[in-house]
Design a protein around this ligand. Sequence first.
Ligand SMILES: [Cu+2]
Length: 87
Amino acid sequence: MYVSISSMCIYFDLRSIMMKTEFLKVTGMTCGGCVNSLTQALKSVNGVDDVQVNLSTGDTQVQYDENVATSGQLRKAVEDAGYGLEG
Ligand SMILES: [Cu+2]
């Protein structure tokens, strides 16, 4: 009982350590609606855990599991949603 509880905790700790953060510079956003569409588009990618978007700078942080999603999939989701990428 105790053993299974503690190994569950270790499992979740390892998962959060393995999360990777991708920094994207997104162009073409003009309002809060754009922020919402971009956030939804990124969150719909399998393996994405958290998305933070700054409307005025376009700076977007995506926390994801790199065993499930790739940087290329994140970039494609941004472009498919109708926004651009700088750099
Ligand atoms: Cu908008």
